[in-house]
Design a protein around this ligand. Sequence first.
Ligand code: N01
Length: 532
Amino acid sequence: MSTNDVDVLVVGAGFAGLYSVHRAHNEGWSVVGIDAAPEVGGTWYWNRYPGARCDVESMDYSYSFDEELQSEWRWSERYATQPEILSYIQHVADRFDLRRHYQFETRVTQARFDETASRWVVRTDTGKEYRARFLFLATGSLSAPKIPDIAGFEDFEGEVYMTSSWPATDPDVSGKRVGVIGTGSSGIQCIPILAEQAEQLTVFQRSANFSVPAFNRPVDDDEWEQALADYPERRRLSWAGGAGSPHVSHPGDPLAMNDEERRQVLEEWWQRGGVLFGKTFANQLVDRKINDFARDYAVERIRAIVQDPTVADDLVPTDHPIGTKRICTDSGYFETFNRDNVELVNLRRDPIEMITPWGIQTAQGAHKLDVLVLATGFDAMTGALTRIDIEGPRGDRIADTWGNGPLTYLGMGIPGFPNMFSLSGAGSPSVLANMVLTGEQQVNWLVDLIHYCDEHGHTEVEARLDAAKAWGDHLDEVASATLFVDANSWYMGANIEGKTRGFMPYLGGFATYGALCDEARDQGYAGFVLGS
Ligand code: N01
């Protein structure tokens, strides 16, 4: 068994992981990155299902740390496709020569803290072992797929594909009967395309979701030139914003508007597309009455598209305020249900009894399938970490520490686990903000922290339990003042049976979070135990 001893070991080659490696190397630290995939990309490597596309505009969903990088990469569409985002990440890896630091096709299986040397000992599934002063877990919030526990699954004799690990070569589904389980963002993006390719498509929907058209379009040269000129201001607004993007809500009070005025605003924000509709009014996710204005408008749009009123009834979400599950961003989703070759099965009325060798048997019918697509989501925010066997110096195990929900200080430090940090995950704005900028902000902050430790002779830095508990209380307090806690969402851990419920990301806003991190730094990192 060979051993590598480095300053920083980064798990993950997505946005946060690559930037960690880049920063660590530039600071003159030895660094190694590890990723299970054969290539950089993180979530954008794995989620290559047809129609995969980001729901944050490309101009914003890209690194801000290098002016030249920012201006030399030309995005072709308002919302980039998965292949274009993956090409961008590959370009970044090449441009900054990051691949040479990585071990690909390697999964981290175990990490133990060696107290005598203040080093993490990290083991992998290839047998290779590493030692590192600092462990950065850039493992992704949506990277541990959830495989549904449905009787008979193993017996299915057709092809099975998961949106979260779609084959590199697109399977040919033409002339085939395809079934899709799951109608979250992934299902809603691939369903229209699979419907065009397949002979017959059956959508098995347990929960209807709100989806707003992306109104995607190519970016022409004039628009691009203007966008480049506006970039500094766009970035300034993003760093100062609640979600790491330059967009804001309408300044008016919807309760003081008449129906026509409100409608005009809703129409305008609808046309902005996708998740942006979720922030039409400032208090939309706090005040039920305001939420209902947006909700009623979205329902009206669904009913205007779907021709069969019974199918439309089934496609209207009834179990959560709009936006409390991530609003999906689609291209032709509801229109798909007007096609002759598409059938919607409402699992709340007609539940799956079992998967059989030939397809899916529901309470009311037999659905013969050649292909089964699982768009069933993830063990979000905690799954990627708790699936690694991590043990701290006093015997704390991450699966236990996070057994009742993720416990973090500022979303990065975890009590019981010195010199180990979580990135773009639970306890930080992460999935509610721009993941690329969140990664930059956290990595920059951690680099400062490591410098501080070095300058003051601290070889160990560990989040204090009381600081983490106070941070958790703050998270709960902020979340419980919103409507988010009313939804059975993956934000709440509600999509995984037995998972403790609690709102996992930080809802206080991206800029506020950054300011709180800076305040902690300026106070000498009082939320950490610093020692040697
Ligand atoms: O996963 P999901 P996702 N039987 O958890 C259903 C990001 N993302 O991969 O709600 C039947 O949202 C489940 O039903 P229910 C984005 O943040 C972004 O689609 O549990 N159905 C649900 O319908 C997003 O929120 C982009 O009742 C079962 C679906 O599977 C997040 O990733 C694109 C089931 C899972 O939906 C996750 O999205 C894609 C069962 N046993 C993803 N188990 C963009 O940027 C689960 N389901 C656009």
